[in-house]
Design a protein around this ligand. Structure first.
Ligand code: AMP
Length: 389
């Protein structure tokens, strides 16, 4: 779905041959670089480790910590445009990059998405539903908040949480004291949200370029295991009007927040068809990896097009698909089956030197005639156990 904007001036078009600087050398940077290189761009990566996943596929590497302002200056000097692959970009580094290079995504969206309080307040101010929430500064305020919001409720750190860490699901008021002191030890503000009894978690990835074009990818249905994404199922198994609503919410967020590049919008779907936005990520997202093999344009190509102010690519879904993540514990079993992976399986590995349990090492996109068939193929591999159909 692409919105054509009149007066499509291609100012600041960054043409193939230019160098894209990547802040962060993880798998998202790697897949941005692989897509961008296919389009003729060059890449420079800044990451604290040598031979990082995106360093391996970049022309140049700056080995420096993420808060190293001098490293950021070096990256800027090599790059015609800078992008990042994670949202916890250090504020001084962001300022340095913006002062000495072109950072089309800007720092406003980063500031919003770095902090759950700012994020929820901003989304709510756009008239888009989020779980009712309160900011709490001590255990008494937390008790008062859960009386107002009801139980269960979810206490979260405002910054620094990931993959379910920095969260506590409160089921009784008696837990408030312990939960508050445990999460307060993270040294950040705390927010408590009403628990949304969702039936599905969905995500939508959308893009906008400086010319104002917007493109929205098909909604993914996401299954998490131990708070880590396990499966993305596309088309999502939900009513067409629900999917259209999720896509419209993503479009509104992109438009109203003047997003440049990609944004992933994670939402909860309730039994009565209501949608609540849970989180935003201003970058490519794990739940968009399915696009690499099942859409006309991948999310990574789209990100490159958007930050370089090229026309956006088609987001059309070419086939049903299920993406399954390969975590550290799945890597050896996957490699052991390399010689017998069904042809529907498209394997992506990130080149990480060290495999650890729960670490994202790669993913499989299973492209099949139906999502049910793709799920059956995954189940038959016997690596992930039973999958819900
Ligand atoms: P988050 O880090 O905010 O993405 O939360 C991690 C996971 O916790 C989500 O994917 C949900 O499964 C669950 N969760 C977070 N917030 C809520 C909420 N307000 N209501 C219900 N479940 C939640």
């Amino acid at each position: 779905m692409i919105q054509q904007v009149e007066n499509k001036q291609r100012q600041n078009m960054i043409k193939p041959g230019a160098t894209i600087g990547l802040l962060g050398g993880g798998q998202l940077g790697r897949m941005i670089a692989l897509a961008g290189r296919a389009m003729g761009y060059r890449f420079a990566t800044m990451d604290p480790t040598e031979d990082s996943p995106s360093g391996q596929v970049s022309d140049r590497q700056v080995v420096a910590a993420f808060d190293d302002v001098e490293g950021a200056r070096q990256l800027a000097a090599m790059s015609d445009v800078i992008t990042y692959e994670f949202e916890n970009v250090d504020a001084d580094v962001a300022r340095t990059l913006e002062a000495s290079s072109y950072v089309p995504q800007g720092s406003r969206l980063l500031r919003i998405t770095q902090n759950r309080i700012r994020e929820k307040t901003t989304i709510e101010s756009l008239g888009i539903p989020v779980a009712p929430f309160r900011v709490v500064t001590d255990a008494d305020e937390l008790r008062q908040a859960v009386r107002e919001l009801g139980l269960p409720a979810v206490l979260k750190t405002a910054t620094g949480g990931y993959d379910g860490k920095g969260q506590w699901v409160l089921r009784t008021e008696g837990e408030c004291g312990g939960a508050f002191s445990t999460l307060a030890a993270w040294g950040t503000e705390l927010i408590v949200e009403a628990f949304i009894p969702f039936v599905k978690e969905l995500s939508v990835i959308a893009a906008r370029n400086p010319a104002g074009e917007i493109a929205v990818f098909p909604t993914a249905e996401n299954v998490h295991v131990e708070n880590i994404l396990h499966l993305s199922i596309v088309p999502a198994r939900a009513e067409a009007d629900v999917l259209a609503k999720a896509e419209e919410i993503a479009r509104q967020i992109v438009e109203k927040l003047d997003v440049i590049g990609l944004i992933a919008v994670e939402v909860f779907l309730t039994a009565d068809g209501e949608i609540y936005v849970n989180e935003l990520a201003p970058r490519p997202h794990n739940s968009g990896h399915y696009t690499m093999d099942a859409c006309v344009s991948s999310q990574f190509e789209q990100h490159v097009r958007a930050i370089c102010n090229l026309p956006l690519g088609s987001t059309r879904l070419l086939s049903p698909v299920v993406m399954v993540n390969i975590l550290g514990e799945h890597l050896l079993p996957v490699l052991a089956k390399l010689d017998s992976l069904p042809p529907a399986c498209k394997l992506h590995l990130y080149g990480k030197q060290e495999s650890k349990p729960k670490r994202k090492m790669g993913h499989l996109n299973v492209v099949a005639d139906s999502t049910e068939q793709a799920l059956t193929i995954i189940e038959k591999l016997g690596i992930w156990g039973k999958v819900e159909k």
